[in-house]
Design a protein around this ligand. Structure first.
Ligand code: SF4
Ligand code: FES
Length: 318
């Protein structure tokens, strides 16, 4: 993680850990009819439990890292050299696959694009009784000043302490283990909305009259209407940020609506009415409260809140 010439700083990763209790024989996960989220967009065959049971605890890991290292770098170091039992998910390592979405300091984002220096915050002091002194304004301000001075000095010293980064699984999804959330409910919802082109192609033939290819013709300005939406990597960050979705109320969620919007805006697609029908439901666009928290952390730069607004308008204008 660091070369010999790198200045190292100290950071504490405070990880919310979870070890599921083994299933009792004969009981399938999520079989309870009282499972909180029973959206018709979820898996109808087996509704999913919101809160698997198991042991929860908070574990701290102290590392010496470079400020520009990512939180994913830190977790990989822990996994390889400190604690192989720590569970988290990642794949590409550079913001392309969307598999490593978690909550960092309570904010949904990707592990692999989060630099330690951007997310470490001064440790909240704990008093002798084990309580955090969050209400003591003077003490907190003084601690902030001390931490800022410490961070500034970090450029020149190897023992600077950047503070603490708190990690927990992506909100709004059942937790499988440690930082791994079960995003299948989101993928089920996206799948239900048929995220593929339904179009009448133009048959192109070779000079011999044989079928060559189906062409789906489009002008550049038509492509521009949905091109940004194709960048969605289904990471679930917008869903974890949405207070309606992550709050547990039945809502198809912004990621599924982005997937629908991508094809509604595609001039080649011939299923627009059916697509709008599918989201014109109480837990479809009607559940969106236009909070727009979904926009804030999208790693692909999609203005999710604005897209929600646009698709709601399309449904209502019919
Ligand atoms: S819209 Fe953005 S935040 Fe939401 S799933 Fe797609 S890439 Fe992730
Ligand atoms: S590991 Fe692929 S997006 Fe972070």
């Amino acid at each position: 993680m660091s070369g010999t010439n790198d200045v190292l700083t100290r950071v504490t990763l405070r990880v919310n850990r979870f070890a599921p209790r083994p299933e009792r024989e004969g009981r399938s996960r999520g079989a309870s009819p009282f499972a909180r989220k029973a959206s018709p967009f979820g898996s109808s065959a087996e509704p999913r439990a919101r809160r698997p049971r198991g042991r929860q605890w908070v574990q701290e890991y102290v590392l010496d890292v470079r400020p520009q290292d990512t939180v994913l770098d830190c977790l990989l170091t822990i996994k390889r050299t400190v604690d192989p039992t720590l569970a988290f998910r990642y794949s590409c390592g550079h913001g392309m696959c969307g598999s490593d979405a978690v909550a960092i300091n309570g904010t949904p984002t990707l592990l692999c694009t989060a630099a330690v220096a951007d997310w470490a915050k001064p440790a909240v002091p704990v008093d002798a009784d084990g309580f955090r002194r969050t209400g003591d304004a003077d003490a907190t301000a003084a601690d902030d000043d001390a931490a800022a001075a410490s961070a500034a000095a970090g450029a020149a010293t190897a023992s600077a302490d950047l503070g603490v980064i708190e990690l927990s699984p992506l909100p709004g999804f059942p937790v499988l283990r440690d930082l791994i959330a079960d995003i299948d409910p989101m993928l089920d919802q996206i799948r239900k909305l048929k995220p593929y082109l339904q179009a009448d192609g133009v048959l192109a033939t070779t000079s011999e009259g044989k079928v060559d290819v189906f062409e789906y013709l489009q002008h550049p300005e038509e492509l521009a209407r949905y091109e940004t939406l194709t960048n969605c990597i289904a990471c679930g960050v917008c869903e974890g940020s949405c207070p309606v979705f992550a709050g547990g109320d039945a809502f198809i969620g912004p990621a599924a609506l982005i997937a629908a919007s991508r094809f509604v805006n595609d001039s080649r697609d011939t299923a627009t009415d059916a697509r709008l029908d599918a989201i014109d439901t109480p837990d479809g666009v009607s559940a969106c409260q236009s909070v727009r928290a979904c926009t804030l952390q999208c790693p692909r730069g999609i203005d999710v809140g604005e897209e929600m607004w646009q698709i709601v308008a399309k449904v209502k204008e019919r």
